[in-house]
Design a protein around this ligand. Structure first.
Ligand SMILES: *Cc1c(COP(=O)(O)O)cnc(C)c1O
Length: 465
């Protein structure tokens, strides 16, 4: 392909993108294809000679698009929002075009310097105090793994990387039973082990960690010869939005001298609205590490996960490695690849720059405030309907409900029915062992009409059961 052809197809794809988004409400939200259908439509072996772009694009529409679940659909209420606001998509196109590897300052000073400034813009937007630094990672999973490795290195007296884990004391990391599976996996991969990730029970409407039980468990483990290494707290757990009381978790961490990490991957975006901070984030400035995903609710195209660090030197001491071919001379500069596990890194900060400049913080806040208000109103309406009962009240814009008088299998069948219908998309979860329907509002282009449609669809499909 020469650059003239690239220009032609680039313009074609831009038009396609705009049309796709303008017309997206007419598509079923969840892909409606059966297992194996897409694979069967693809040739089993690669072509020996090149094919025309026309043919490739036709096949893209014909084969690929039916197998896409539309994450940017305004009536996507499943999992979590994965917003790709148009300005961030444009930034991502530029990043893809320039295709710089931004591992060291000198491999693209603009990327490193903008990353520092964008992390600081977000720090201010979230109301975190001066002094937190940060780095943009690909995912919250990677940020959490970096934090767990740091816990491990501190607790081993910086011997884990060098000697391996077999000679170290048996470490333990603490969290609540509501944490995301990325915390389990970080502990597997870091050599801590599932058995040494201690999950503390929860209570209260926000299912917060029982900190008295946490303190007791740490004391018990110390007495039994374990080495407590860190505590991981959550703001906005994935199941139903569980949120720990940060100040009491931190009090224990401080008394025990433990490194702390906060997983606010989804809910962190809402903290750009000062009014939610008192309930969800009081004391947050005490954490050593905090992760939040602008690639979820805030609107930055995936991937863009920000990890704030109170003292980045701990994580740099854990992850920095400097072979001769990566050494740079001159003044001390920030080389962000020393803060993370992968060496190669994209210019992710550009997406945040485009996003925050295009909408302004007020533009981003107004969306989040609408989502939270609509979630409360929808939960109220559903609770008032005889076929539904709300099981967990909205935590920000996430709540759960169930059909009345129906068992777990019936709830699951209801979810399947909704998603086969295609007008909206929801997922299920368990609360206290019982199957419930999980509903989150967070799509960038969602309107009150979409929420009213969701209510109508839920009622219609429940009546038809
Ligand atoms: C989405 C989510 C994660 C995982 O985020 P990735 O960026 O996909 O790794 C972790 N924790 C919580 C609370 C989440 O909502």
């Amino acid at each position: 392909m020469n650059w003239d052809e690239f220009e032609h197809w680039g313009q074609h794809i831009s038009s396609w993108a705009a049309d796709y988004h303008k017309d997206i409400r007419n598509r079923p939200v969840r892909a409606q294809t059966a297992k194996g259908e897409i694979a069967a439509a693809l040739p089993p072996a690669p072509p020996e000679t090149g094919e025309a772009m026309e043919t490739i694009m036709v096949d893209f529409e014909r084969i690929v698009m039916p197998g896409i679940t539309h994450w940017q659909h305004p009536r996507f209420f499943a999992y979590f929002p994965a917003n790709a606001a148009p300005p961030s998509m444009l930034a991502d196109m530029l990043i893809t075009t320039v295709a710089a590897q931004c591992m060291l300052w000198q491999t693209s000073p603009a990327a490193t310097e903008m990353e520092g400034v964008m992390v600081d813009w977000l720090r201010q937007a979230l109301g975190l105090p001066d002094g937190f630094a940060g780095v943009i990672q690909d995912s919250a999973s990677s940020a959490t793994l970096s934090a767990v490795l740091t816990m491990r290195e501190i607790a081993s007296g910086w011997r884990g990387n060098k000697e391996g884990m077999s000679g170290q004391g048996r470490m333990r990391i603490y969290c609540s039973e509501e944490v995301h599976s990325s915390i389990d996996r970080a502990c597997w991969v870091a050599g801590i082990g599932q058995d040494n990730l201690v999950k503390i029970g929860t209570g209260g409407p926000a299912r917060m960690m029982d900190t008295a039980a946490l303190a007791a468990r740490i004391a018990e483990d110390r007495a039994a010869g374990y080495v407590p290494a860190g505590i991981i707290a959550i703001t906005g757990g994935t199941g139903m939005g569980a949120s720990d009381t940060l100040a009491s978790v931190l009090e224990i961490a401080k008394a025990e001298g433990l490194y702390t990490h906060l997983d606010a991957a989804w809910a962190g975006a809402a903290m750009i609205c000062p009014e939610y901070r008192k309930e969800f984030w009081e004391g947050v400035e005490g954490f050593d590490s905090i992760v939040f995903n602008p690639h979820k609710w805030l609107g930055a195209q995936f991937d863009c996960s920000v990890q704030f660090l109170k003292d980045p030197q701990h994580q740099i001491n854990t992850l920095k490695i400097e072979p001769e071919y990566l050494r740079t001379g001159g003044d001390a500069v920030t080389n962000y690849s020393e803060w993370t596990i992968p060496l190669g890194r994209r210019f992710r900060a550009l997406k945040l720059w485009f996003l925050m400049r295009s909408y302004g913080l007020e533009g981003l806040r107004s969306r989040i405030r609408n989502h939270v208000n609509w979630a409360h109103k929808l939960a109220e309406r559903l609770d008032a309907h005889p076929r539904f009962e709300v099981v967990t009240q909205p935590i920000l814009s996430l709540f759960t409900f169930r059909l009345t008088g129906v068992d777990d299998a019936g709830q699951f069948a209801f979810v399947e029915r909704i998603n086969d219908d295609g007008r909206i998309y929801v997922t299920q979860t368990r609360v206290g062992g019982d199957m419930v329907v999980r509903f989150q509002i967070g799509q960038f282009d969602c309107t009150i009409d979409d929420i009213n449609t969701a209510y109508d669809v839920l009622c219609e499909l429940a009546e038809a059961l």
